[in-house]
Design a binder for this molecule. Structure first.
Ligand SMILES: [Fe+2]
Length: 281
């Protein structure tokens, strides 16, 4: 028990908030958790500064949101298989997540949230952008909303640049390939309804969506490219920088994100836990 002293400060007019007044190395009171959970639903992505959590504490906080889910393409830390570490080293050509996407939407039940902790950072750069897909949907015309309402799309792990990303980031890790029994394709609604807020969100993303269900890739290309570009408009976004001890958790059901690759020749190490989600509907 105890009185919540959690403070929530929006980052932009579109999405994102800084949360202060909590110590994530200690168990949260129910009042603190209620404030954090409401802020998560209201702002979609939350940043916590100065949280030097161990992998066990990282997992403990993630489990307040729900059961954790392992990444299908990589192995976790030896003692914490649910914690995926990914590093960018000075010689690496590519950056993990360097295009707009929502995490692993090629799975039948993509993770509802992703929680990332910074372990090693470049002196400057390496920010993460987030875009609010509620706003992306709300700003489409009535005609476009009506057409998309009943459409589904095919999401795949095999879009070429995402494959290159995985090879680049996991070059030092034991990387599973698509032929090792990992699910690589799923069909989801183009617009999903958030199960907790009831709000509609545009769900197609440049990283994983390959075509509309029942349409050819060629037929899909024009409309998909319009929707990708619309989803990526700056007025739907916030930009989060990282400091030592920064922890960020975001809602994959109503956001896309983008990892900015502006720190060539520098090392960056992050640890990620994903929280299980449901089948988009
Ligand atoms: Fe991602």
């Amino acid at each position: 028990m105890g009185t919540s002293t959690v403070t929530v400060t929006p980052v932009t007019g579109a999405t994102g908030a800084d949360v202060a007044g909590v110590d994530l190395t200690r168990p949260l009171s129910n009042a603190q958790w209620d404030s954090i959970h409401q802020a998560f639903l209201d702002h979609q992505v939350l940043r916590f500064r100065g949280q030097h959590v161990s992998p066990a504490q990282h997992l403990e906080f993630a489990r307040r949101f729900g059961p954790v889910q392992r990444y299908p393409y990589g192995n976790g830390l030896p003692d914490f298989p649910d914690v995926l570490e990914f590093s960018r080293n000075p010689g690496d050509a590519r950056n993990f997540g360097g295009l707009w996407h929502s995490d692993t939407t090629y799975l039948p039940e993509p993770p509802m949230a992703t929680m990332l902790v910074a372990r090693e950072l470049p002196p400057v750069g390496g920010d993460t952008l987030f875009a609010n897909m509620y706003l992306a949907h709300e700003t489409l015309s009535d005609g476009m909303q009506a057409m998309l309402a009943d459409m589904k799309a095919v999401f795949s792990a095999t879009k070429r640049y995402m494959e290159e990303d995985r090879v680049a980031v996991h070059s030092g890790n034991a990387l599973k390939k698509a032929d090792e029994g990992v699910t690589t394709e799923a069909v989801h609604p183009v617009v999903r309804t958030h199960p907790e807020t009831g709000r509609k969100a545009l769900y197609v993303n440049r990283g994983h969506t390959v075509r509309f269900d029942g349409w050819t890739a060629a037929e899909s290309e024009g409309l998909l490219n319009f929707l990708f570009g619309h989803a990526e408009r700056p007025e739907f976004q916030c930009r989060m920088n990282w400091e030592d001890g920064t922890l960020i958790v975001w809602d994959n059901r109503c956001l896309q994100h983008f990892a900015v690759d502006d720190y060539p020749g520098r090392r960056r190490v992050m640890q990620r836990v994903t929280i299980a989600g449901d089948a988009p509907a």
